[in-house]
Design a protein around this ligand. Structure first.
Ligand SMILES: *Cc1c(COP(=O)(O)O)cnc(C)c1O
Length: 335
């Protein structure tokens, strides 16, 4: 299992996650992330999912024992020209149909043979690809990708890897030798039509704050920037100390759920940088200092993503540096 810890461990903190998860290997998007792990003493295998962006990164990969993806003929040339202290572990990435990164399927066997004879490369190479639509349950395109991947790599020795979280949960025939879970390890569902609990996942992150003001407003008074919410009656409006400066989505509309003292309340008005406003009509006992949960335990992040027209990945990754982390819960192992 190569655990995706890119983008600050999906917003949970790169080192915090790397030190918490007992992964066989870590997958990152760029050399900066890999070097941060190595500098902190993480000695597990690390894979650069996009490989190197320029030839000058290759000696660093050799020195720090970083495995690289090779997805473009340009990267093959870089390796053939390189003189390295140690050969690199390489994963050949096939474009099996996503059409983002990957070698053309019909070129894979020839490139495999070239790199087998390249002194900069460990001869035992891995073979990988990425699924574009694994989050759709019955998808002909995913079956086609499997077929293309199998055909392009037929007869080539080496470990194989295809599945992200959606592939792991939805497509057993895509598991092969290495799976590459990301979002599921953080306790969110990769599927558009399910929530974490449906997949037997528990949220790792709970984003919470407190009420810092409760104001009695009169019917007709407008709340917040733009005055987009008008009180339909005299009512209590709560102010919670969280906003887009913390990573709460600015485009979350009035009606987006939050938990006040563990019970649902609705966001009203615009999200500010540091604050949001809440309809407290159903919370007559609420007091300044009471806990407010934005997502996590008791409030699936998928619901907020849906309300705000985005996906849980974006919300988790968007947590900013000023948010204080109090603890990390270790996710229950999943099959
Ligand atoms: C990010 C990434 C993953 C993990 O994806 P999830 O959907 O979070 O499970 C796997 N493989 C590659 C190539 C990735 O870039």
């Amino acid at each position: 299992m190569a655990t995706a810890v890119k983008a600050e461990g999906y917003g949970h903190g790169l080192l915090r996650v790397a030190r918490t998860l007992d992964a066989d290997a870590f997958a990152v998007a760029c050399i900066e992330e890999a070097l941060t792990l190595r500098e902190a003493g993480v000695d597990r295998p690390i894979l650069l999912l996009e490989g190197v962006f320029e030839a000058s990164e290759l000696p660093l990969c050799a020195r720090h024992g970083l495995a690289i993806t090779v997805h473009h003929p340009e990267q093959v040339l870089m390796l053939e020209r390189a003189r390295l202290e140690y050969p690199l572990r390489v994963w050949l990435k096939v474009d099996s149909g996503m059409h983002r990164l990957g070698l053309q399927p019909e070129t894979v066997a020839a490139i495999y043979r070239r790199l087998r004879n390249c002194p900069a490369v460990v001869p035992e190479m891995g073979l990988m690809s990425h699924l574009a639509r694994a989050d759709e349950r019955d998808c002909a395109a995913t079956l086609q990708q499997l077929q293309t991947f199998n055909a392009a790599t037929a007869g080539l020795p080496g470990e194989r890897s295809l599945a992200n979280s959606a592939g792991i949960l939805g497509w057993p025939q895509a598991h092969f030798d290495w799976v590459r879970p990301g979002i599921m390890l953080y306790g969110a569902s990769p599927f558009v039509d399910s929530r974490a609990a449906d997949e037997n996942l528990r949220p790792v992150m709970t984003l919470s704050t407190r009420l810092i003001a409760i104001n009695r407003l009169r019917q007709g008074e407008a709340v917040g920037y733009g005055g987009t919410w008008i009180c339909p009656e005299d009512m209590d409006v709560g102010v919670a100390a969280i906003g887009y400066g913390d990573g709460y989505p600015r485009h979350a509309p009035s009606g987006t759920p939050v938990l006040v003292n563990g019970r649902e309340a609705a966001l009203i008005g615009r999200v500010s940088m540091d604050m949001i406003t809440l309809d407290l009509r159903q919370h007559p006992a609420a007091q300044i200092g009471d806990p407010v949960v934005l997502w996590g335990e008791g409030l699936p992040v998928e619901r907020i993503a849906q309300a705000a027209g985005t996906i849980s990945y974006v919300l988790l990754c968007g947590i900013t540096a000023r948010v204080r982390v109090e603890a990390i819960s270790t996710a229950r192992p999943v099959a």
